[in-house]
Design a protein around this ligand. Structure first.
Ligand code: ASP
Length: 343
């Protein structure tokens, strides 16, 4: 009997322990996305590709430094998203897409997986870093979500940097709007938007991506998620997407995963994507990867497109998407950075 235990122990030490060590060493602590869409290598110049990679790298390094020095996942996701908001390449903060009326209306959310506290802002036009406004709502108010001028007033009172709305403007996003107005009207006429509203917008999906998000796991084992966006080019007055809606575009729960979505927001709201992923893990015992693939398939089956990033408490992650590409990156516990753009 004793001998058998000895052999068992020996075999465990030989095979199981090294695998466990390997898993631990490669567990992910921070995952980011910079939007999903028709991102094809043939449409990309080497300079543009390099610029995106440099930006994603900078964002990952920022968050990683915080996590490595023992900081919280909440601080890491906020700081990481701020870097991407300040970068005009992405559809969040500076460089956000335009509404039909030519405005930049920004949405953002943040969630703490340990306490399930959450904060969100929507339709704001003057706060330089919407993700920090979302965090202020979470920590300095008794509410979860604030919109428009009220949210701006609150952010100002919370001491956040306020900018002129023109700060967010970039010429390339302005040109995208002009193109979208032309193409959306053609698409609407063809599909008869009154009887078939689902078809609206399919044509110009190509230049609607660029939302940013981050999910992180800190040394205390706590998860957090944050998402920030300008929404979709040519969106109507007052339209709010999935990003600031807790459970749709953003969600975090230490028991399951931290999730940030990107894609055609209306489909993410209707499928309650981020919460659905978490629920599939909680109630059905799916892995983060299985749950991620399941919810993206649901979005696709309904006619929507996009992607998501999700990270569980063990540091397993998934980056599921049904588009041609998704700007994305991850860093493991040992500081190894991975960045990818295409399928
Ligand atoms: N999900 C965002 C929205 O619908 C847009 C995107 O991720 O590209 O507002």
């Amino acid at each position: 009997m004793k001998g058998r235990f000895g052999i068992l122990f020996f075999l465990t030490a030989l095979f199981v322990l090294p695998v466990m060590a390997q898993q631990k060493a490669s567990s992910y602590v921070l995952v980011i996305h910079g939007g999903a869409g028709t991102i094809l290598k043939k449409n990309m110049t080497p300079e543009k590709e390099a610029a995106y990679k440099t930006s994603l790298q900078k964002a990952l390094e920022t968050g990683y430094k915080i996590l490595q020095s023992g900081g919280s996942s909440l601080d890491a996701v906020e700081a990481t998203v701020r870097v991407l908001e300040d970068d005009s390449l992405f559809n969040a903060g500076k460089g956000a897409v335009f509404t039909h009326e030519g405005r930049n209306e920004l949405d953002a959310a943040i969630m703490n997986g340990k306490t399930r506290a959450a904060g969100a802002v929507a339709g704001i036009t003057t706060v330089r870093n919407p993700v920090s406004a979302a965090r202020a709502v979470m920590e300095k108010s008794e509410h979860v979500m604030m919109v428009g001028p009220g949210a701006e007033k609150f952010a100002k009172e919370a001491g956040l940097e306020i900018v002129d709305p023109s700060y967010f403007r970039t010429e390339s996003r302005w040109r995208d709007l002009q193109r979208a107005i032309r193409e959306d009207s053609v698409a609407a006429a063809k599909s008869n938007a009154y009887t078939n509203p689902e078809k609206l917008g399919i044509k110009n999906r190509d230049y609607k991506f660029g939302t940013v998000g981050a999910v992180a796991l800190d040394q205390q084992g706590n998860l957090a998620a944050a998402t920030s966006t300008g929404g979709m080019t040519n969106k109507k007055y007052g339209r709010i997407g999935d990003s600031p809606i807790i459970g749709a575009g953003t969600y975090a729960n230490n028991e399951t995963a931290a999730i940030s979505c990107t894609g055609w927001g209306e489909f993410y709201i209707r499928n309650v994507v981020a919460y659905d992923l978490s629920a599939l893990m909680a109630y059905k015992g799916l892995s983060v990867q299985q749950a991620g693939n399941t919810v993206i398939k649901k979005v696709g089956d309904m006619g929507g497109d996009g992607g998501l990033i999700a990270l569980d408490k063990k540091g397993n992650m998934t980056m599921s998407f049904n588009t041609e590409g998704m700007y994305r990156g991850a860093v493991t516990k040992d500081g190894k950075i991975e960045i990818a753009i295409y399928k």
